[in-house]
Write a protein that binds this ligand. Structure first.
Ligand code: ADP
Ligand code: MG
Length: 313
């Protein structure tokens, strides 16, 4: 059987059954980052990696090496944020052709370093190999989180509210090369809000809602009119098209989170909005698993497919 016949998720599932978990593992394969026991009391370590491959994730005629470096680190920092954690250190591996300009390579690290400095993450090592098959950049990040503040994908329950940071659909305008991983916002969220589940938006809202739903064994009912859209990127597109950009474009690197209903939420959301520019919006509710993941527009409610294009009419 070929990978393309079963898909990425089935492959990861079969890998998961094959590999040892390790005695210090609290959460292994299946969340945004793995969670490991720490020698510091009350803390967990977080560990995650991402890889960018030329031709698949980026195109050097569209992305600068600086942007590439920023993005390579940003993807992993976004996964640390999704766990409620603080990034500590990154190691970076590159596969690069010998014909590449040294300055080009340094630009990758300039982009990465700028982001690393802003979010106080060290870059502490890596590996360098020749590659004739295109440029590859892989970053692994070690982070940590207080045990009481750890957030998984699996804690959502019917009756909770679904929220999202920022505005969606901006990849059209290049946000996927220029995003700020929501590390500081996530820290505020775990410190001030009754957050029960969280994931970062890498594969598009529709897909990531399904991942959160299956990890928590719940359904969602999303209100189409409440999805915050990046009007500048989406421009004058009709509403159906613009909602589809938010649902399926991917690489928004915002946080999708589930909050327990509580009277304290309003006050903390106000504080969030005054502290951070990105904004945060309630987009729907958690429902029973049997109701599936749906999206409503006015009176109409439709099942939200994992891939594709949503038509309301
Ligand atoms: P994300 O989009 O948050 O980075 P992924 O979809 O890449 O998450 O991965 C989902 C889960 O599967 C994660 O827990 C990740 O660590 C794990 N995973 C992905 N690819 C592999 C692999 N090749 N080997 C082991 N685990 C993997
Ligand atoms: Mg993720």
């Amino acid at each position: 059987m070929k990978i393309k016949d079963i898909g990425e998720f089935a492959l990861i599932d079969s890998i998961k059954k094959l590999v040892p978990t390790g005695k210090d593992t609290v959460v292994g394969i299946g969340d945004d980052a793995s969670v490991l026991k720490s020698s510091k009391s009350g803390m967990y370590n977080l560990f995650t990696t991402d890889i960018l491959v030329e031709g698949r994730h980026f195109d050097l005629s569209r992305a600068t090496p600086y942007q590439l470096g920023w993005k390579a680190l940003g993807c992993s920092l976004s996964d640390i944020a999704a766990m409620g954690g603080i990034p500590r250190a990154a190691v970076v591996s590159i596969g690069v052709s010998g014909e590449t300009d040294v300055d080009f390579c340094r630009e990758i690290y300039r982009g990465m370093s700028e982001l690393a400095r802003r979010l106080k993450c060290g870059i502490v090592g890596g590996d360098t190999v020749g590659s004739e098959g295109g440029l590859v950049v892989s970053v692994a990040v070690l982070g940590e989180v207080e045990q009481k503040r750890l957030v998984l994908r699996s804690g959502a329950e019917p009756g909770d509210d679904v929220w999202v940071t920022g505005i969606l659909g901006g990849s059209l305008n290049g946000k996927h090369l220029n995003f700020m991983p929501r590390v500081e916002e996530a820290r505020f969220i775990v410190e001030h809000l009754p957050v029960k589940a969280m994931i970062d938006l890498s594969d598009g809202l529709a897909n990531d809602l399904h991942r959160l739903a299956s990890a928590s064994r719940v359904g969602f009912r999303i209100d189409s009119a409440r999805i915050p859209l990046d009007r500048e990127a989406i421009g004058e597109m009709d509403e159906e098209k613009s909602v589809n950009r938010a649902l399926y474009d991917g690489e928004d690197f915002e946080l999708l989170l589930v909050l327990r209903q509580s009277r304290s939420v309003d006050e903390s959301i106000k504080k969030f909005s005054s502290r951070f520019d990105c904004g945060i919006s309630m987009i729907g509710k958690v429902v029973e698993e049997s109701r599936g993941v749906t999206i409503a527009k006015g009176e109409k409610e439709k099942l939200l497919e994992e891939g594709g294009f949503l038509h309301f009419d």
